[in-house]
Design a protein around this ligand. Structure first.
Ligand code: AMP
Ligand code: ZN
Length: 114
């Protein structure tokens, strides 16, 4: 999608520190990290929010979780722990309307989140 920041990262029009890439998924460092490790795992297909996911996207959604698993293993935080979050629309504070899984690790997390 033309005016989407994350589509521009996928198309390498905007730089990012990419840590993982496969056919359907890209993962890169968040520009404003909230923990020692803060990545964004995104589908290469433009989907604005979870509300816009269609049944035919279910493989892509599964691929996002499999990417999280692989990244956790590679970064050696699978046992210590990590947090994965999707923000959707205003109340959750979504600012970029291309779905992304926040992947946070490297410190003890609080619950409930703010
Ligand atoms: P959300 O608020 O859940 O929509 O998350 C959007 C995230 O994108 C925030 O954590 C931002 O710090 C991050 N972000 C915004 N612009 C960039 C960028 N150019 N590269 C990497 N991360 C970004
Ligand atoms: Zn997009």
């Amino acid at each position: 999608m033309e005016d989407c920041l994350f589509c521009k990262i996928i198309n390498k029009e905007i730089p990012a520190n990419i840590v993982f890439e496969n056919e359907n998924i890209l993962a890169f460092e968040d520009i404003e990290p909230q923990s020692p490790i803060h990545l964004l795992i995104i589908p290469k297909k433009h989907i604005a929010t979870i509300n816009d996911i269609e049944p035919q996207d279910k493989n892509i959604c599964g691929d996002m979780l499999l990417a999280a698993k692989e990244i956790a293993n590679t970064m050696n935080v699978d046992s210590s722990g990590f947090r994965t979050i999707f923000n959707t629309n205003e109340d959750a504070g979504q600012t970029v309307f291309h779905i992304h899984m926040h992947f946070l690790a490297g410190r003890k997390m609080k619950w409930p989140p703010g």
